[in-house]
Design a protein around this ligand. Structure first.
Ligand code: ZN
Length: 459
């Protein structure tokens, strides 16, 4: 199975190397801004000529927005626009032009309706202060040194890694991985290199091929499983979040920038903002680490994982930070489960967002009309079952999978063929790039419950 994966490592750059990378990132910005100005000028010229009544054939020739065309145009003018062009790799200019070509394409596709989702704005000029410095190498000498603690990139030369790249190096040596590109970027207050790698993965099967697990994602815990296991948030996360609030308050007391009066931030504000930024990165890293450990274990163990759909509307409506973070974490959990299920030969099922996983009794199937958020125990009025709220929800999700499978061979199977009879409330699943989704979708109304609720196979 071939997949495209990213391997990302922190870099330890010397001051000289840092200057070189900044020069490359600056070159990318110069090429981007020059090409954007050219595109805008041509568009403006054609609009003006049209307004004079000039026939379409006589207009100034339109400009191609593809990367090869932009690169060609840049090569004609680079000696005038950037006399220093020889000092950096040509890949730097490609980085900027490629970003522009993508931006223009996304904008055009969004306007013509070819691209779904939120409308995409027209590309904007990049400022030195507000752009993330980044440069991408696609050709030339890109390799990991035999000591696995250094990499070699064109022009930048030998760069030290902060951690060993042994996992990637082993794959490259074994011939099961091919590095396609390397991007050096400053994010979260430090430099990283991200390799885009084509990996040949061995076919796997989950450790327990008949096992089904329901996952309920929460605020207090990372997740509660239908097996009864409570997966806690990573250690140190609570402390890191507390520090985030402290640093946020400290920043608010300092003299920040003010656009109305053109006030520049104080040095103390700058330092406090950097501290807060690092704390944010740490919280995000801790959360991601916990999610990766959980999803790797789930996808490697169970053949079927059942989760709930993300409540996007509720997410927009609520302004509580904790809930918001949990929801954001859930989106990431679902994304990871989808591709890891694919790697392990398992599957991910998703209950639609209207399915009352918390309000349904996992013992008898009775559905409550109301269950307040603070009620941590579920008490069934019909059969008297008393169970932890999240555990109850995860059990309901796991039970849905059994119904999905019986329905697959039963009378509901006929419905699967006709995609138009999708149950109300079911939404299309966003497929992440890089995951090899089979795209098999079936719906099933849970037995003895309302037919409005459906289960979708994500992977
Ligand atoms: Zn009950």
């Amino acid at each position: 199975m071939k997949t495209i994966q990213a391997y990302r490592y922190a870099l330890d750059l010397t001051p000289g190397q840092e200057r070189d990378v900044y020069a490359h990132a600056g070159a990318a910005r110069v090429a981007h801004n020059w090409a954007l100005a050219r595109v805008k000028a041509v568009m403006g010229q054609r609009t003006a000529e049209r307004s004079y009544g000039i026939a379409d054939g006589q207009l100034t020739a339109s400009m191609s927005w593809t990367l090869p065309a932009l690169r060609k145009a840049w090569n004609v003018v680079k000696a005038d626009v950037a006399p220093w062009w020889g000092e950096v790799s040509k890949e730097a200019f490609s980085t900027g032009l490629d970003a522009l070509a993508r931006g223009l394409k996304n904008w055009a596709d969004s306007r013509t309706g070819k691209r779904a989702g939120r409308p995409v704005g027209f590309p904007r000029f990049r400022s030195r202060r507000r752009t993330t410095p980044s440069v991408r190498f696609t050709t030339g000498a890109i390799r990991i040194e035999p000591d696995r603690m250094h990499i070699v990139l064109p022009r930048l030369g030998r760069l030290k890694l902060h951690e060993s790249a042994r996992k990637l190096a082993r794959r490259v040596e074994a011939g099961t991985a091919r590095i396609m590109s390397a991007t050096v970027r400053r994010d979260g207050g430090r430099w990283h290199v991200a390799f885009t790698v084509e990996v040949e993965r061995a076919e796997c099967v989950p450790a327990r091929p008949a096992s089904v697990v329901g996952v309920d994602v929460g605020i207090k815990h990372l997740a509660v499983l239908s097996t009864g296991e409570v997966v806690d948030n990573p250690r140190h996360l609570v402390a890191a979040q507390a520090r985030l609030r402290t640093l946020g308050r400290a920043l608010a007391r300092k003299t920040g920038p003010d656009r109305r009066t053109d006030r520049r931030p104080s040095k103390r504000w700058d330092r406090a903002a950097a501290r807060l930024g690092r704390a944010h990165t740490r919280v995000a890293n801790l959360r991601r680490d916990g999610l990766h450990k959980l999803t790797t274990r789930l996808a490697g163990t169970h053949a079927t994982v059942v989760v709930e759909d993300l409540n996007v509307i509720g997410m927009l409506a609520n302004r509580r930070l904790a809930r918001h973070i949990a929801d954001a974490g859930f989106a990431e959990l679902r994304r990871q489960l989808a591709y890891k299920a694919g790697w392990n030969g398992g599957r991910l099922l998703m209950a639609d967002r209207w399915y009352p996983s918390s309000k349904t009794c996992s013992g008898c199937g009775a559905v409550k009309t109301k269950l307040a958020l603070h009620e941590r125990e579920y008490t069934c009025d019909a059969c008297g079952l008393v169970i932890d709220r999240d555990r109850n929800a995860s059990l309901n999700l796991a039970a849905l999978a059994a119904e999905y499978d019986t329905a697959g061979s039963g009378p509901v199977a006929a419905r699967e063929a006709d995609q138009k009879t999708r149950a109300r409330g079911q939404v299309a699943v966003k497929r992440e790039p890089g995951t090899t989704t089979i795209g098999q979708t079936g719906t099933v109304p849970p037995q003895g419950r309302t037919t409005d609720h459906a289960l979708t196979r994500v992977h």
